[in-house]
Design a protein around this ligand. Sequence first.
Ligand code: SF4
Length: 481
Amino acid sequence: MTVQTFNPSNTQTTSTQATATLALPVESGVSIKRLYIETQGCQMNEYDSSRMADLLGDSHGYVLTTDPAEADILLMNTCSIREKAQEKVFSELGRWRKLKEQNPELIIGVGGCVASQEGEGIQKRAPYVDMVFGPQTLHRLPQMLNQYHDNKADRSTNQKISLVDISFPEIEKFDFLPEPKVEGYKAFVSIMEGCSKYCSFCVVPYTRGEEVSRPLDDVIAEIVSLATQGVREVTLLGQNVNGYRGDMHEGGVCNFADLLRLVAKIEGIGRIRYTTSHPLEFSDELINVYAELPQLVSHLHLPVQSGSNPVLAAMKRNHTIDVYIEKIKKLRAVRPDIHLSSDFIIGFPNEGDAEFEDTLQFIKDLDFDHSYSFIYSKRPGTPAAELPDNTPEDVKKVRLSRVKEVLKASTIAKTDAMLGKTLNVLVEKSSDRQDGALIASADNTRLVQFIGDTALIGQFVTVKVTDIRSMNLVQAELVDA
Ligand code: SF4
């Protein structure tokens, strides 16, 4: 097999054994071509997958399918945040290999963070993979696909040629992605890429590159376009959104607090969320925005990872527990009803009993809503991978279950406390569980079911909670439309 390094800047590919020129014309055909995308990991990957679908729909006419067996092209958008991510990728690829054996015309592509880490290694282990691309080069998929077809048409070689492009072209992808296609009333908007924090356990700075913000005008134009297509809620996405520094066309740089103020002015946008952010850049100015903007939800996901200072230092988070607590106190002073969620890594190297008990106490003290907790897993190439993994697995498991128990209890208590409360909710669809009922979403991410006219779908309405159905679903009655 020959591996080509994909080089779109001169529309040529370089290879140790072959060179070919890109064919740029768009394909056409009468039969419907189907695209299946498997998305692993975070909301950034969900966003990237939806953009891949838009891109290949526009350029090559691909239509999404939920059945890999009927697809003409299979794309896997991978995540490397957890241990065994590579194994998961290769085991899924093994299943796809069988589909390719039945249909030799099937095209298989692997993108995302595992692709970025492994590069050509993907095809060394899985030679039936045709294309490998990174999070920053997914916009080049149409050209890669053209290149793939050119290579196939080139009868001068019988060798399989695979394409690899895992480079980090600065923010280029947003200039090439088509207008997002809207389904429903909520949309993700990526405002920046990468991360420069270099937490000792994390692969993101190596797989997605350092922080680069999209220019302010581009972000605003995208949200205006979404709003005119009916979107009422946007989630601003990035690995570290509060590090946003978007160039402004008149010169200068817009920070995240000002970006929120500008988004809140866009007609039609009634609710703003963002994820994810870092405590260090959770500034006083950003806290004050919660006092100014009712559109900013009363829900904040602010990862802390540990409630122990020595562990935070080993994680290179560059802040202490006191700093985090102080920021949350200030936030709760301006937004008393804020729901706070976080991420916790359990069993990090040198987390002894005392460090763990500090974390558990911290979780109880801060009173988190629905949060994420995981056992630490070593990521190859990160500084923490060099540290001794000195906590026995069974101890880690017990610690994790204690953390999950506390988090679940506080999440249930917060849902229960909604009983009798009046909420502003976004109506999203008809209920498939109860005739005549609608499903809406609350600021704190709970689903709200109530009887109402389908004409309300897509609008914000006021409801009163009358019953608690589960940790994530409450029953309500309409108060005001
Ligand atoms: S801030 Fe988040 S994305 Fe950035 S290095 Fe740390 S954990 Fe990874």
